[in-house]
Design a protein around this ligand. Structure first.
Ligand code: FAD
Length: 409
């Protein structure tokens, strides 16, 4: 590989940061990650999509993830008012990996960061970005180290991979409200004690609340007999439930008949987390000397588990462009980064919006789907949202309208 004098500083060691660093390092570009916490640290976002396995392969991280003992995942199950459907991710329109994992993010993110470090990436833990000056030729970051001592670091380019920390959007005033209404998620890790033989631990289970199709639950099994369990709804919905999130979650678990049976023996040994108003947008995804990756840029909604896949895709696109740029090739960040990334994000956005109107729920839960159409939808659900040969990627709104109309008849 080429050896460049260039130095890229990356804010955050989540999946987008570790992946971008590994990909740059592989091309001989010096990559330094500044991470404010110590690892392992908790993160929400535990159900991966097969498409992100393709990103892990490019970063030489696939084998490490495969060997780590995470829960195998081969699809998604949807349940609403007694109707049940399953999507097998290996039966899809786009070629590529058809299986993946459900991961405790504390372990997964540490594994990616450690693998990047072994490959030659430098990571400074407990160092927090406090300020940035992007007005200079080379951007300058002000960092607070673990002893609360401030220092400055100069880079040729900054990648903001700070997730919900959204460091550059906040410091540079790039934040923009999301077009999606604010929603709240409450969640915990349970000992599920599920005995039902019909229950498939290899799939995420998404269930819809019987009284409100805008409210849904996730059940994400891990390989150690525990599950991540959470509920998403608009803030007003939770007003009718106990203020104590764990009590609310337990009550909600009894309101959906399938979950009520599945989780009848579950225990709740851990505290409940909550996150609210997580959907976010920005006025721009890049500038002359920085780009925003993953959640530091845009975050839609958790319903299709697309967050980590989008984060990894952004890392891949940005790393490829930086390699070209440092090789003095002409790079068009608008076309090759922002527009390309948004192809997939906008496809997901269309199906997220359709989920909450109920239209896409009808499509997903249809009991006699056209097999070819199901494969195309399955590709999106498996994370292959950048394959423009899939009509459901090329024209998401029109295709959704057509197929929703068919499902209604
Ligand atoms: P992160 O993983 O958030 O990493 C950012 C890192 O930056 C952190 O380690 C943080 O400590 C560090 N940082 C922050 N500020 C600073 C600073 N000032 N200086 C230095 N470092 C800093 N996605 C899925 O793929 N599957 C799911 O099932 C899923 N479920 C979700 C459920 C909910 C309720 C929500 C809200 C999201 C869910 N997501 C899911 C999305 C997922 O959480 C994110 O998309 C993913 O974690 C983004 O990765 P990232 O690399 O962009 O950032």
């Amino acid at each position: 590989s080429l050896t460049h004098p260039a130095h890229v500083v990356i804010i955050g060691a989540g999946p987008s940061g570790s992946l971008a660093a590994a990909l740059l390092n592989k091309q001989g570009i010096k990559a330094t990650i500044i991470e404010k916490s110590t690892f392992p640290r908790f993160s929400i976002g535990e159900s991966l999509l097969p498409a992100c396995m393709e990103s892990l392969k490019k970063a030489d991280m696939f084998d490490a993830v495969n060997a780590a003992g995470f829960q195998f995942k081969n699809g998604a199950a949807f349940h609403a008012n007694g109707q049940h459907t399953e999507f097998d991710f290996t039966d899809k329109y786009t070629s590529g990996e058809g299986t993946t994992f459900q991961v405790q993010r504390s372990q997964f993110d540490k594994l990616l960061a450690d693998t990047a470090e072994q490959q030659g990436v430098t990571i400074h833990y407990q160092h927090e970005i406090k300020n940035i000056d992007v007005g200079r030729e080379k951007p300058l970051l002000t960092v607070l180290d673990e002893n609360q001592t401030s220092y400055e670091i100069e880079a040729d380019f900054i990648l903001d991979a700070s997730g919900f920390g959204r460091v550059l959007p906040r410091l540079l005033g790039l934040e923009e409200p999301s077009t999606l209404p604010p929603r709240r998620a409450i969640f915990t890790h349970i000992e599920d004690n599920i005995t039902a033989e019909s229950y498939d631990r290899n799939k995420i289970l998404i269930s819809v609340h019987p009284d409100d199709c805008k409210v849904w639950y996730w059940l994400i099994p891990f390989s150690n007999g525990t599950c991540s369990f959470g509920v998403v709804g608009e803030p007003e919905f939770f007003a009718n439930y106990p203020d104590d999130h764990l009590a609310a979650l337990k009550q909600l678990a009894t309101e959906e008949s399938n979950l009520k049976v599945l989780l009848s023996q579950a225990t709740y040994p851990n505290p409940c987390g909550t996150i609210m108003g997580y959907s976010a947008n920005v006025t721009k995804l890049f500038d002359r000397n920085f780009a925003l990756l993953g959640n530091a840029g845009e975050f839609l909604d958790p319903v299709f588990s697309s967050g980590v896949t989008i984060a990894m895709k952004s890392a891949e696109l940005a790393a490829d462009l930086l390699v070209k740029q440092f090789n003095n090739e002409v790079v068009d960040w608008q076309t090759e980064y922002a527009n390309t990334l948004m192809t997939g994000v906008n496809a997901f956005r269309c199906y997220v919006e359709g989920w909450y109107t109920g239209e896409f729920q009808d499509v997903v839960l249809h009991d006699n789907p056209n097999p070819k159409i199901k494969q195309m939808i399955c590709s999106i659900l498996a994370g292959y949202a950048w394959d423009k040969s899939n009509p459901f990627v090329a024209e998401p709104a029109r295709r959704l309208k057509v197929v929703a109309a068919i499902c209604k008849t």
